[in-house]
Design a binder for this molecule. Structure first.
Ligand SMILES: Nc1nc2c(ncn2[C@@H]2O[C@H](COP(=O)(O)OP(=O)(O)O)[C@@H](O)[C@H]2O)c(=O)[nH]1
Ligand SMILES: [Mg+2]
Length: 344
């Protein structure tokens, strides 16, 4: 699971990247990367039961990109490739007031900035769709299935809208996967409220209307807290009325906003947790573990983690009829312990 931070210059992307990861990244010309682990006590419980030495938590890869906008308002080539391959987009909006930090558009207005960022993604998608359509027409493929779908997409983008699930049918998804449209990706909005913030009610409302979860954070303060020892962190967070670190709270928002779930695997050497979108199938889960498992998929053996822990072993769980055999289409649930049977 990977997400890129995007936002206007100086909105606090790198500050927030540091707040979420505990890193001390600086400079704006490199890509900054952080693996933020998703703590899951079930990994340790299974590792203890099966006496595995190695535990691997699920993680979210956070990318802070050197983002630039083209003259026409799209996202400039440099970071666009990274953005296209990421699973989700994290939009950062500036709401903090600080006269020492100029805003490239003048007033502090996170609602305007949200519109601007969405527009830039719409524009980038439009360019790609348009290029492909022109190519198909040159090849005499006007009216083909791909051409028809892209025409529908272009019409939506021209109205300024994104490519949502209501526009694209499930069977069209695989045809479009290669385009890696930005507006088709799941999104979450981080509002950097700083120490002093403009009113964020309007931008919160707009995000919710768009079905996007909002995560407010005091960027600079949380970055400073993230550099402290764990004990000091708890103390400073408590002063702000917060129970968990910025990273922990963000992951929670990401999990609920993007509807992610974790499943678990017990291998020869390790117990491991993996994150996938809610509704993902057993076949997709297999592909997450290894592409060979997806190709040679036969079936998945599935048991909820708590049942397995209670039974004490796979053999006992099987005896009690709790180990289920599921096919490709099975929707993986949070906490499922999954064993993929495959054949190449
Ligand atoms: N006062 C204040 N300044 C902030 C806050 N977050 C970021 N900044 C400042 O805004 C400037 C740009 O931040 P940076 O993280 O580099 O933004 P980026 O260009 O989006 O990566 C820096 O001077 C930061 O110190 C905040 O919460 N409060
Ligand atoms: Mg930066």
């Amino acid at each position: 699971m990977e997400t890129c931070l995007i936002g206007l210059p100086f909105c606090g992307k790198t500050t927030i990247f540091n707040a979420l990861s505990g890193q001390q990244a600086g400079g704006y010309q490199q890509v900054h990367l952080a693996e933020v682990p998703v703590p899951d006590p079930r990994v340790g419980q299974l590792a203890a039961l099966f006496e595995k030495k190695k535990q691997v938590q699920a993680s979210v890869l956070l990318k802070d990109l050197p983002l630039q906008f083209s003259e026409q308002g799209g996202i400039a080539a440099g970071a666009l490739g990274e953005l296209r391959t990421s699973d989700a987009v994290t939009i950062v909006l500036r709401a903090f007031v600080d006269e020492a930090v100029v805003h490239s558009l003048g007033e502090i207005d996170p609602l305007r900035d949200l519109g601007k960022l969405l527009d830039s993604m719409v524009f980038s998608d439009y360019e790609i769709a348009q290029k492909r359509v022109e190519r198909l027409e040159k090849e005499g493929k006007r009216g083909d299935r791909e051409h028809l779908i892209l025409a529908k997409i272009i019409a939506r983008l021209e109205q300024g809208g994104g490519i949502g699930p209501e526009l694209i049918h499930e069977e069209e998804l695989s045809l479009l996967a290669g385009f890696q449209f930005l507006t088709a990706k799941p999104m979450i909005v981080i509002i950097n409220t700083g120490e002093r913030s403009v009113d964020i009610a309007a931008v919160q409302k707009r995000s919710e209307e768009l079905g996007i979860q909002v995560f407010p954070i005091r960027g600079l303060q949380e970055m400073e807290i993230a550099q402290l020892s764990p004990e000091d962190q708890r103390e400073f967070l408590a002063d702000l009325g917060l129970q968990a670190t910025a990273g922990e709270r963000f992951l929670k928002a990401l999990y609920s906003g993007l509807e992610l779930v974790s499943f678990l695997t017990v291998g020869d050497q390790e117990v491991r947790a993996w994150s996938i979108p809610r509704g993902a199938t057993a076949l997709q889960a297999a592909g997450k573990i290894h592409s060979d498992m997806e190709r040679g998929f036969i079936r998945a053996e599935v048991i909820p983690c708590d049942q397995l822990l209670a039974a004490g072993s796979f053999a006992e769980a099987r005896k009690q009829g709790q180990l289920r055999l599921e096919g490709k289409e099975y929707h993986v649930k949070d906490g499922d312990v999954v064993t993929i049977r495959f054949n190449l």
